[in-house]
Design a protein around this ligand. Structure first.
Ligand code: OOB
Length: 559
């Protein structure tokens, strides 16, 4: 009998990435340990959706309530992801390619992201608030081949932004628009005929790039793998009791790590639950949806938790389906935390997480004092926590220090940033979080402050250097320093101290703000306050003393 011809092995899919170079990864010894412990199970996002669609095709995966209610079952979401993946592939998007996704909380967000996961292309998660400066940086630094935008959002035309970015970023071949495309391509026009199975990614590969809050001039990109992120979802689901009956409201921007994975919309889909997109976080919109959709779970930043607590007291909506609200992203004051459960009639859980990895939660069986006074325990028994002094020596138990961490879902380095990685990670791979914490006898972490040069404006992170560099470009500005000032609502606001050049005409604060706005940055980064000064306080070694500026700013006679 003639021998069967051996089928030709498919050629390995080309990938533009060099593992371990673009994205530093875990040493083999650690990866082996994490697999053996059952944290990394070889799942991919595309594969998970496929399995859920096979197991319960008709269950509702996704609800997009506005402008008219649209519903996707697991089967429909799975098929939509396949068709769009084929369409993207036909437009030349391949495995390892980067695609900047800047969409609000709409069903298309989830479809686009799963289509890219199926191809093995990497979404780069921009926030809807980002503007020219940030988007151009994400597109050029990640060498993105495509950019996905809404048409107009909150009166801002993202198609015009995309056209400007395209002019300055020749590698960007495609712009896909959800809605009216203008000069670009409508997402709905991307061909949807599946052309056969695509070579999907491997579980150890990078799945997407998240954004760091940033401490330097530009945001760093955070490479997360399927293996590590899926583990953080499973761990979060277990802690928060997420299951097929969970109805999660995506209140914060879907692109942020907190509503994505803590446990977020991805955790909810992993568990076979239902994700409901919230078009705006204000109580009027969100409360109506909680009532209509029987929402059981959501996540909020502290300023929103305050607003919700106050609004719930008015009793205009039935919020009784809500079982648990997570609050995190910035320090939640103990006084505010005490008021949430009685006002909303549900449980509170604090979450202290970071896009780089480590996530801590208070637990459902913690006593109520622990829930309102701490920021929780890590997800994993293999999350290693060190609390150290300025010389990297461990501080005695219970004392404050810098939080360092290493573990099965904390990155070992930023995307293409070897120099920065040298500063942000210890030689043995611990991430320097920049947070100052102490540990209680039960192991719960309490966030006491921050050593990193970052301002946390109610969960939205501002890197002072980024904004200082923009203001310095003003011809009349000699020097500038951006600091945080305490704020009852946001926790912190930004204050720019500006020294004008000799002989420059006096300037108004509004002119500085307008200058920053005109350079095209997210609105939350525009200084809240501007003060003109003749000189900055100096530290002992002649550096600008940000501490001096902060305390001068909070002195009552100066405000
Ligand atoms: C979350 O992620 P990022 O990457 O926007 O910001 C991380 C930083 C932390 O290093 C810390 O400085 C601050 O935000 N932070 C908190 C906090 N949660 C985050 N500071 C005090 N108390 C908290 N509860 O913000 C994030 C990611 C996943 C889940 C939740 C939040």
């Amino acid at each position: 009998m003639p021998a069967e011809p051996t089928p030709a092995k498919p050629a390995p899919a080309p990938t533009a990435l060099t593992p371990g170079v673009d994205a530093p990864t875990w040493p083999a010894e650690f990866a082996g340990r994490y697999r053996e412990a059952g944290y990394w199970r070889g799942e991919t996002f595309g594969g998970v959706l496929r399995e859920r669609a096979a197991a319960h095709p008709d269950r509702i995966a996704l609800v997009d309530p506005a402008p008219e209610r649209r519903v996707r079952t697991y089967r429909e979401l799975d098929e939509a992801a396949d068709r769009l993946a084929a369409g993207f592939a036909a437009r030349g998007i391949g495995r390892g390619d980067r695609v900047v996704v800047q969409l609000p909380n709409v069903a298309e967000f989830v479809e686009v992201v799963f289509a890219l996961f199926r191809i093995g292309a990497l979404p780069v998660f921009a926030l809807p608030a980002h503007r020219d400066t940030e988007i151009l940086h994400f597109c050029s630094f990640s060498e993105a081949v495509a950019y996905v935008v809404p048409d107009v959002l909150g009166g801002f035309d993202h198609r015009e932004l995309a056209a400007r970015v395209r002019q300055n970023c020749p590698g960007l071949k495609e712009v896909f628009v959800v809605g009216e495309p203008g000069v670009h391509t409508a997402l709905s026009e991307v061909p949807r005929d599946p052309s056969g199975p695509l070579p999907g990614p491997e579980p150890h590969e990078v799945a997407f790039l998240q954004l760091s809050g940033g401490t330097t001039g530009v945001s760093k990109l955070i490479p997360r793998t399927h293996d590590d992120y899926v583990y953080s979802l499973r761990g979060s689901n277990e802690i928060c009791g997420v299951d097929a009956g969970t109805r999660y409201l995506v209140t914060l921007p879907a692109a942020h790590n907190f509503p994505m994975s803590s446990p977020g919309w991805l955790g909810t889909l992993y568990a076979g639950g239902t994700v409901v997109m919230c078009p705006g976080p204000e109580p009027a919109t969100a409360f109506a949806l909680i009532e209509q959709e029987g929402i059981t779970l959501t996540g909020l930043v502290p300023p929103l938790a305050l607003l919700w607590t106050e609004a719930a007291a008015r009793g205009e909506h039935d919020l009784s389906s809500l079982g648990l609200v997570l609050v995190g992203g910035a320090k939640y004051s103990e006084q505010a935390a005490r008021r949430l459960e009685p006002a909303l009639g549900c449980r509170l859980m604090q979450v202290f997480g970071m896009a780089e990895g480590l996530v801590n939660y208070t637990r459902l069986d913690d006593d109520p004092e622990t829930v309102v006074t701490t920021q929780g325990l890590p997800i994993s028994p293999d999350d290693e926590i060190r609390i150290v002094d300025d010389a990297d020596q461990d501080v005695p138990d219970g004392e404050f220090g810098h939080l360092l961490t290493r573990g099965p879902y904390t990155i070992r380095g930023y995307w293409r940033a070897p120099e920065h990685n040298g500063r942000s990670f210890t030689e043995d791979g611990f991430y320097r979080t920049g947070d100052i914490v102490r540990r209680t006898p039960s192991g719960h972490l309490v966030v006491e402050g921050r050593a990193k040069d970052q301002i946390n404006r109610g969960g939205e992170k501002v890197a002072p250097e980024e904004i200082e560099n923009i203001i310095l470009a003003h011809p009349d500005v000699h020097d500038v320093s951006l600091v945080a000032v305490p704020d009852d609502f946001l926790g912190e606001r930004t204050l720019a101290h500006v020294i004008l050049r000799e002989g420059a005409e006096p300037m108004r604060p509004a002119a500085v703000k307008a200058f920053v706005r005109a350079r095209g940055v997210a609105a939350y980064k525009i200084p809240d306050l501007v003060r003109f000064v003749d000189a900055f306080p100096q530290t002992g070694v002649g550096k600008v003393s940000k501490k001096g500026l902060r305390s001068a700013a909070s002195a009552p006679e100066q405000l």
